[in-house]
Ligand binder design. Sequence first.
Ligand SMILES: NC(=O)C1=CN([C@@H]2O[C@H](COP(=O)(O)OP(=O)(O)OC[C@H]3O[C@@H](n4cnc5c(N)ncnc54)[C@H](O)[C@@H]3O)[C@@H](O)[C@H]2O)C=CC1
Ligand SMILES: O=C(O)C(=O)Cc1ccc(O)cc1
Length: 361
Amino acid sequence: MASELRTVLVVGTGLIGTSMALALRGQGVRVLLADRDQGAMRLARELGAGEEWHVGGDRADLAVIAVPPAHVATELLALQRAGAATHYTDVASVKALPIDEARRLGCDLGAYVASHPLAGREKSGPGAARADLFLGRPWALCPTPESSPEARAAVLRLAELCGANPVEVDADDHDRAVAVVSHAPHVTASAVAARLADASEVALGLAGQGVRDVTRIAGGDPGLWLGILSGNAAPVAEVLEAVSRDLAEAASALRALAGGDGTASTDITQLLKRGVAGHGRIPGKHGGPASSYVVVQVVIGDRPGQLAKLFQVCDEVGVNVEDVRLEHAPGLPLGIAEVSVQPDAASVLTSALHERGWQVP
Ligand SMILES: NC(=O)C1=CN([C@@H]2O[C@H](COP(=O)(O)OP(=O)(O)OC[C@H]3O[C@@H](n4cnc5c(N)ncnc54)[C@H](O)[C@@H]3O)[C@@H](O)[C@H]2O)C=CC1
Ligand SMILES: O=C(O)C(=O)Cc1ccc(O)cc1
C-alpha cells in the first residue's frame, strides 16, 4: 500500500528529528517543526529543516516524535488529542516502553507504529544534524496488533524517504537485539573511556585510532543515555554480565601469565578469536554480508560544504557512496574523508577527483 507523505510534523528538533526533517525536505516533503525548547526549534528552522508548528496548526499526514524515550507516550497522547496528524511514529532507541505507556495512557494505537532508525551520532541537538544520516541504515518498525495497515505504510514511506532500510520486528525482540548491538556497547565504551579520565598526559599523547574507535560513542549525552538504558535495563544488564565474565576471565588469565603460567595464554587467545569472529559477523550496508568495499581517501578542508562538494562529484560520475568516515589531522585545518565504494568504482572516482583538483593521496 503506497502512502503519500505530503506534510510531516517533527516533534523534537534535536539530532534525530532535525536530520529526518532535512532528509524529508530534500525529498520535497513539507516539514512542520515543534520542540519544547524554542531555541532548538529556531535553529532547526534556520538550518532549512522546515517551518514552525503550533498546536492547532496544519494537520500533518504523519507526526514523528523524536524526543527522549520517557516522553514519547505523553507527547503521542497530547498530539493525538490535538488532532495533529493522521498517523504517528516515534524514533526512540527502546520500543517496548513507549508502546506499553501509550497503551496504558489510552492512545489510539491504530494510528501509531513505533519505530527506530539505527543511525545516530555521539552529538546531540539540531546543530549536529545530517540529511544523509539514515542512508543505507536499518530502520526498525514495531507495529502492534492494533496498528492499521495505513499507519504501517506511512512509517514505511518515512524510512524509504530518508534512504533507510525498513525492517519489521517485534518490540521485545528489538529491545533484546539493540541491547547487544547498541546499548551494552555504549556502556562498555563508557567504561573504557572512563579509564582515560585520570590517565597521564603521556598516555593521552600516545592515543591512536584504536582508542578513538572504541570510545567514540562514549561521547554521547549522559542524560539521553540514562533514559535509553533505563528503558531497556534487564536486557542490557544481561549482556553486560556476559561481557563482565569475559573481562574477569581475561584479567585472571593475564594475572596468571604475569605470574609465569604460560598455559593461561590459551584463554586470552580464545577470547581474541571469539572477538574476531563476532566482529566479522557485523553485516555490511543494506544488511548483506560484511562487504569488502574499497576505500578512496580524499584530503578535504575542515570547513563547511567540503563534504557536500565531494558527494557532488560522486553523484556526477555515478559512484554510490557505501560509507564515509572522516579523519581529522590534529592541529591542521584539513581532514581525510575515507569514502567506501564498490571495487570497480574506485578508479572512476579517483580519476574524477584528480581531474577536478582534489588531493587523493
Ligand atoms: N542520538 C542518537 O544517536 C539516536 C537517538 N535516537 C532516539 O531519538 C530520540 C531523540 O534523540 P536525539 O535527537 O539524539 O536527542 P536530542 O537531545 O538531540 O534532541 C531531543 C530533542 O527533544 C526535545 N524534547 C524533549 N522532550 C520534549 C517534549 N516532551 N516535547 C517536545 N520536545 C521535547 C529536546 O528539547 C531536544 O531538542 C531519542 O528517543 C533517542 O533515543 C534514535 C537513534 C539514534
Ligand atoms: O554513533 C553511532 O554510531 C550510533 O550508532 C548511535 C546510535 C545511538 C542510539 C541509537 O538508538 C542508534 C544509534
